[in-house]
Ligand binder design. Structure first.
Ligand SMILES: NC(=O)c1ccc[n+]([C@@H]2O[C@H](COP(=O)([O-])OP(=O)(O)OC[C@H]3O[C@@H](n4cnc5c(N)ncnc54)[C@H](OP(=O)(O)O)[C@@H]3O)[C@@H](O)[C@H]2O)c1
Length: 291
């Protein structure tokens, strides 16, 4: 990471900054001088994480927001609290995402993977977009996965009601992150707000632990020493959130801080527009915003 990059005077919101890749990104960005807001589901855990991030970065400007992003009401409350707390927002890092081996329904009756990994960042970004535009140049960075390359948007069964596979649901949600970013970038042209998306690399975190597929536990234990540390896994997120080299770069997918091709269907503008329309309907945002 470029130790000379300064984020002093910038405000960054990171979803899921209490652990894993998000927490490591929070430490890096706070170390560069940014005011950093982190989110988590549990206040004591989030406050302990914020204290540790402040200590490790030497920057006391770390704020806590508490929300379960699988619930749209909580995403809306979170957005309201962020707008009240932050007169400007320079970077939104949509980091939260997870894997569930079995199908679970959210408080809104939606499939958990699609709701948390795709609809939550879609809704949160939509609700914070005016503030980002007013703070331009600003950046929306979304954490996808290499799994996007195996994804397929199943418009006939988006929520896995007929057939659920944890891997297919995850792949679909991560492809949706890429399509969302590309469509967002098109819609934000000329506003000074960029949208990029990334694969962090296979990283040793608590990822997938809530409902792990059978056989994965021992496999992950064997692989763990070969995985990236959270700090290394956060490098591309931090690069896209802060680097002067990434200024103005929009509508691109990155891995290891380099622009890469994403799944070929992600370049299909009719599919990305359709996904946007369906997503807007599912979260109750106007389809045509933003222009
Ligand atoms: N790890 C990898 O190898 C890997 C590879 C490719 C892509 N990714 C992507 O990288 C991103 C970060 O993953 P990670 O590995 O850092 O995962 P992780 O360790 O499981 O992330 C944990 C963070 O997510 C938060 N979180 C989980 N469920 C939440 C919910 N319902 N509402 C709000 N926050 C929630 C946790 O907050 P609390 O528990 O405090 O509420 C915590 O801050 C994800 O989008 C993932 O898909 C990871």
């Amino acid at each position: 990471m470029d130790a000379t990059t300064s984020m002093t005077g910038k405000t960054v919101l990171i979803t899921g900054g209490t652990g894993g890749i998000g927490r490591a990104a929070a430490i890096a960005l706070a170390s560069m001088g940014a005011r950093v807001g982190i989110t988590g589901r549990d206040r004591p855990r989030a406050e302990a994480a914020a204290a540790a991030i402040a200590r490790e970065s030497g920057n006391p400007a770390v704020d806590v927001f508490v929300a379960d992003l699988s619930s749209q009401a909580e995403v809306r409350r979170l957005a309201g609290e962020v707008l009240a707390a932050y007169p400007r927002l320079d970077v939104l890092l949509n980091n939260v995402g997870g894997f569930w081996a079995h199908r679970h329904a959210t408080a809104d009756g939606l499939e958990h993977t699609f709701a948390l990994n795709h609809l939550a960042p879609f809704l949160l970004t939509g609700l914070l977009l005016d503030r980002l535009m007013a703070s331009a140049p600003a950046r929306v960075v979304t954490v996808s996965s290499g799994a996007q390359g195996m994804g397929r948007i199943d418009f006939d069964d988006l929520m896995g009601e007929r057939k659920y596979s944890g891997q297919a649901a995850y792949n679909q949600s991560k492809l949706a992150n890429v399509m969302f970013t590309y469509e967002l970038a098109r819609r934000l042209e000329g506003t000074g707000v960029t949208a990029t998306v990334l694969h962090p690399g296979v990283t040793s975190t608590g990822f997938g632990a809530e409902d792990m597929a059978r056989g994965w536990g021992p496999l992950i234990a064997v692989m763990r020493p070969f995985m990236k540390t959270p700090a290394r896994g956060a490098e591309t997120s931090v690069y896209l959130a802060s680097s002067p080299d990434a200024e103005g770069v929009t509508g691109r997918y990155f891995a290891n801080r380099k622009a890469k091709e994403s799944h070929k269907s992600s370049y299909d503008m009719a599919t990305t527009a359709r996904l946007w329309q369906v997503s807007a309907g599912l979260v109750g945002l106007p389809v045509d915003a933003p222009h």
